[in-house]
Design a protein around this ligand. Structure first.
Ligand SMILES: [Zn+2]
Length: 1005
């Protein structure tokens, strides 16, 4: 029955007199077109699959009929949201292409492809008059997007706004188990193209709706496979979606800063190229509709306040209208903080648009099931006065009703206020350009003197992908910059010294990169290049994601924040692509490459697999150029191979006729395996992606492989066990419980998209105790096992890292924070190329203690047994027993927090737990002192973490186990710490305490 939902809600909500008025108003607002017939069969099915009348709205409880335009039933065989039906991306696309061929109100565009080659599309829906002229409209929007093109002239802008319609971009199912959006968007497009109700017609004629129905296409097809398997095995447990995209799962919605995934770049390019005003991303994990855009504090500090107000306008209107429909459980605000710019929707927030996100309620497939909510989900709060029901029978159709209704309400509101939002779009763009004069800074400068052009180029590439303009100085440029704080000795009497000047003049050489803030996309550059501070006493106690992300720190690249506007007057030119991509100077058949902890060095090594590569063990200077220890001497490489390798890596080499006389050793190309668990492949996916992007070859194996392979050493030199993601050691060993049925992950006729990355007949078994034995043998026979975070904990728990333990957390609070470290073992080849303190990413503040005994844990000595007993003298005096000469005790050792407690003779006598000297763990990096520990993000009680070990090499037999307390390869952000892993790989056989004894210049022979 039409309008039933509204009638029920209205009756509940108001007194009779008021109700009549409200009814009249709403009926008129949402009235259908009386002349348009309704598709009876389709409508009947909508109502059949909707589990309660109030879970639908007058906007979506019917479907208008069309004699020419096919409904989703044509492709699906049933209506959108029907039970048991999940279409593959290809089927979704075929429907949109049917629409395109049936109506001039729909156009389909290919916007790129996924890592596995699947197509991504965007569909434009609007009245034919708008779509016919969409390019002219876009040309006007482009001017509003870059007000420099109209000389920042408000009157011109006003004219353009009047002639233009806005573009609202909707993206679906980036999170593959959140399955409802594609069918909701198919039906939405049909409604927008066909429905003649005034409400929908207004949208169609006043704006362009752009739709990417499937963002994570690789993951969608795998999810449909899993669902089909489930339907074919109705009474069994079904496999979890262990792989979504080719590399990462849920984190595909954390890639909006570094843009490492094709889907992020494709969506951003579409958003930018269409000059859209909104990017609205659809998710399904909260009942029944959470418009999480408005979120909670802290708000991202680089946003234009105009935007945060727009969130409130659109969000609260959405809640209000759906509340009037009587739909329960619609709310905004909530507990999502809008601090991190890593979410897909934030691409718009950081590029002068409006970011939006819905969480509707999804069942992870198309089953209709009873859902039981938790108190925090159904309780009434100030921002959720009409909460979801504690228990509800929920269908995919219900989900589609909510998604479509909410979107239509938003689109209509946006269309009604299109001129305002277009004007805001212009204003935000203009204010981004005015940044140097307003909030500042004027620019960021990346000096031509940067030690590692490789890492600097990688940072600039990200800015370029973000559509940020990059300029390069043509002459030396000088600007006033803040004086870098010097580390002061606290004991010094501050009053005795003259006050330090706050600023100084700094000259950047010609060729330095300038990221000007007087450009439309200054905001994203500022947010990525600046530092973040999250106050320990912030009211928000549960940050939604990382609290720090400062890319210069994570790339170990200097980006100087310059507030002095003089920098903008320096002679410079905008640069499109970087010209300096890999070359060699000089002549000769020996090539020298300085090591500045460049990620490209490992790429080069594997590209030149057949060349003789030596690595210097000491610093040297050749023709005035300095080569730190760890630099490469390359011989027996063909000139063409060398040229090609340099072009691919962007590295610079010097050709000389003879190798310099310096201590060096030969570097091989170690055989690498990456071992994953079947519990989760999310966090290790970032490691896999990094190796692939850097062309480092590896075998991809699982813990099950290792469980069955007793001679790993004959196959591999290095096994990477990247973080699983908050896995406990027993889970890694046991896997999933073995009761119930097998959970296959493999390619079959029923599941053609599974098993392509790795496969198994049964995902449940874990590493097993045999797997631990095999890993132990692998290391004892000279292999290197690399672990991080939870897998480092695993190595400790299973006895693979004698003498290493985890520091107890206490009140320490770290949430995705960037922390400073200090090199401890300067001679370790793991630190090759590093010349300055490195910033690392810490997920939760893990750190290590080391000990000279097995099972020993040793925190910092804070007095305790050091304190004197009651007796004569003062607190610093010794007690003196009477009637005998005083005998002083030996002074007790006071190791630093990152050091092992030295053992005295008494402690080592007949003690089987003492680790032989050559097998004792070595600390490579430690966390910095308390006052200099925090680089970016949230840190509370840093004293519990300060000075403790960050990276430790433990030893077993002839091999080593490397433990990272940080995650060195994470979300394409931690470029500065990548080479720690790469150095370890390339020096896998030189990490022992007795390794590293140099043979004099093998290279020079
Ligand atoms: Zn989601």
């Amino acid at each position: 029955m039409p309008f039933s939902a509204f009638s029920r809600g209205a009756a509940l909500l108001c007194a009779a007199f008021f109700c009549l008025q409200a009814t009249a108003q709403i009926d008129q607002t949402y009235a259908r077109d009386a002349k348009q017939t309704v598709d009876q069969e389709y409508t009947q099915r909508i109502n059949k699959y909707t589990t309660l009348p109030e879970l639908n709205s007058p906007l979506t409880d019917y479907l208008p009929a069309s004699s020419t335009v096919p409904t989703p039933m044509k492709v699906l065989g049933d209506v959108s949201g029907a039970p048991d039906i999940l279409p593959y991306a290809e089927d979704v696309y075929s429907y949109f292409r049917l629409l395109e061929s049936a109506t001039p109100r729909v156009k389909v565009f290919t916007i790129g492809h996924t890592e596995e080659g699947r197509e991504m599309i965007a569909v434009a829906v609007a009245d034919e008059s708008l779509l016919k002229d969409y390019k002219e409209n876009d040309a006007r929007l482009a001017k509003l997007a870059d007000p420099r093109t109209i000389n920042m002239n408000d009157a011109t802008a006003e004219g353009l706004v009047k002639q233009s319609v806005p573009v609202y971009y909707i993206t679906g199912t980036i999170h593959s188990p959140e399955t409802g959006a594609p069918t909701a968007l198919m039906e939405l497009a049909y409604r927008l193209a066909v429905d003649d109700s005034p409400y929908i017609k207004y949208i169609r004629t006043h704006m362009i709706t752009l739709i990417t129905p499937v963002v994570e296409v690789d993951g969608r097809d795998r999810m449909v496979d899993v669902y089909k398997w489930h339907k074919a095995h109705p009474n069994e447990n079904y496999p979890r979606l262990v792989y979504w995209g080719h590399y990462v799962a849920h984190d595909n919605n954390r890639d909006a800063m570094t843009l490492t995934l094709n889907l992020s770049r494709n969506v951003l390019d579409t958003y930018i190229n269409w000059h859209a005003q909104v990017l609205h991303d659809l998710h399904e994990s909260v009942p029944f509709l959470y418009d999480n855009t408005v979120g909670d504090e802290p708000y991202n500090a680089w946003l234009d306040p105009i935007l945060t107000n727009e969130w409130q306008m659109i969000g609260w209107n959405n809640v209000q209208e759906m509340t009037k429909f009587g739909m329960p459980g619609v709310f905004t605000h909530g507990n999502f903080d809008t601090w991190s710019p890593g979410y897909l929707m934030f691409l718009a927030a950081m590029h002068n648009g409006i970011s939006r996100l819905y969480e509707t309620f999804g069942n992870g497939g198309a089953d209709t099931v009873e859902r039981i909510l938790t108190p925090d989900e159904y309780s009434r709060t100030w921002y959720r006065q009409n909460p979801p029901y504690p228990k509800v029978k929920w269908s995919q159709r219900d989900n589609n009703n909510y998604e479509e209704t909410a979107l239509l309400v938003s689109l209509n509101y946006f269309a009604q206020n299109g001129q305002t939002f277009l004007n805001n779009f212009y204003l935000k763009s203009k204010r981004s350009i005015l940044k140097p004069n307003d909030a500042g800074p004027a620019a960021y400068v990346l000096s031509a003197n940067e030690e590692s052009p490789d890492r600097q180029r990688m940072l600039l590439d990200i800015l370029r992908a973000q559509h940020v303009e990059i300029s390069r100085t043509t002459e030396a440029a000088t600007a006033t910059v803040p004086v870098k704080p010097k580390r002061e000795n606290k004991e010094d009497d501050a009053s005795a010294k003259p006050p330090q000047p706050k600023t100084e003049q700094r000259t950047f050489p010609a060729g330095s990169y300038v990221i000007r803030m007087d450009q439309p996309y200054s905001r994203i550059a500022d947010a990525l290049l600046d530092r973040q501070y999250w106050a320990p006493n912030d009211p928000q106690k549960t940050p939604y994601d990382d609290t720090g992300w400062s890319l210069p720190a994570l790339f170990s690249v200097e980006a100087v924040r310059v507030t002095d506007a003089a920098i903008l007057k320096a002679p410079m030119q905008t640069v499109k692509e970087d010209g300096d991509s890999g070359s060699s100077s000089g002549s000769g058949s020996v090539y020298l490459i300085a090591n500045h902890a460049d990620p490209g060095l490992i790429t080069l090594r594997y590209l030149l697999k057949n060349a003789t590569v030596s690595v210097t063990d000491a610093a040297t200077t050749v023709s005035g150029q300095q080569y730190p220890a760890g630099s490469l001497i390359i011989q027996n490489a063909g000139a063409n191979d060398m040229k090609s390798a340099l072009q691919k890596t962007g590295l610079v080499a010097a050709a000389v006729s003879t190798a310099p006389s310096v201590a060096a050793h030969t570097e091989t190309t170690p055989r690498i395996a990456m071992m994953h668990s079947w519990l989760s492949t999310q966090t290790e996916g970032w490691w896999r992606q990094a190796l692939d992007k850097l062309r480092v070859p590896f075998d991809y194996i699982s813990t099950q492989t290792v469980s069955n392979e007793d001679d790993l050493r004959s196959k591999y030199d290095v096994i990477l066990f990247a973080p699983v993601g908050n896995a406990r050691t027993p889970q890694i060993i046991e896997g999933l419980p073995m009761w119930g049925n097998e959970l296959p992950w493999k390619k079959t006729d029923l599941t053609p998209n599974l098993g392509r990355i790795d496969s198994t007949d049964d995902m449940r078994p874990g590493l097993g105790y045999s797997g631990i034995d095999h890993l132990r043998h692998f290391v004892e026979q000279g292999g290197l096992l690399i672990t991080s975070q939870d897998t480092a904990q695993f190595a400790i728990d299973t006895g693979l890292a004698p003498g290493v333990s985890v520091v107890t957390h206490g009140n320490l609070k770290v949430v995705g924070t960037l922390l400073a470290t200090v090199a401890v073992d300067q001679k370790s080849p793991i630190l090759n190329g590093y010349s300055k303190p490195l910033t690392v990413y810490s997920e939760d503040g893990l750190s290590f203690n080391v000990s000279n005994t097995v099972g020993g844990t040793r925190g910092p000595r804070l007095g305790g047994d050091e304190e004197r007993t009651t007796g004569r003298g003062g607190p610093d005096d010794p007690d003196t027993p009477q009637g005998r000469p005083y005998m002083a005790a030996d002074p007790r050792p006071h190791p630093k927090p990152w050091e092992a407690m030295p053992l005295n003779e008494d402690q080592t006598r007949n003690n089987p737990n003492v680790i032989p000297a050559e097998l004792r763990p070595q600390v490579v990096l430690r966390f910095a002192d308390k006052d200099s520990l925090l680089v970016s993000g949230l840190l509370d009680h840093g004293e519990l973490l300060a000075q403790h070990a960050t990276v430790v090499a433990a030893h077993l037999g002839k091999g080593s186990v490397l433990l990272f307390a940080n995650n060195p390869i994470y979300r394409g952000e931690t470029i500065g710490s990548y080479p720690l892993v790469f150095n370890a790989i390339l020096n896998f056989d030189r990490l022992g305490r007795n390794a590293g004894t140099t043979t004099k210049s093998e290279a020079g022979q």
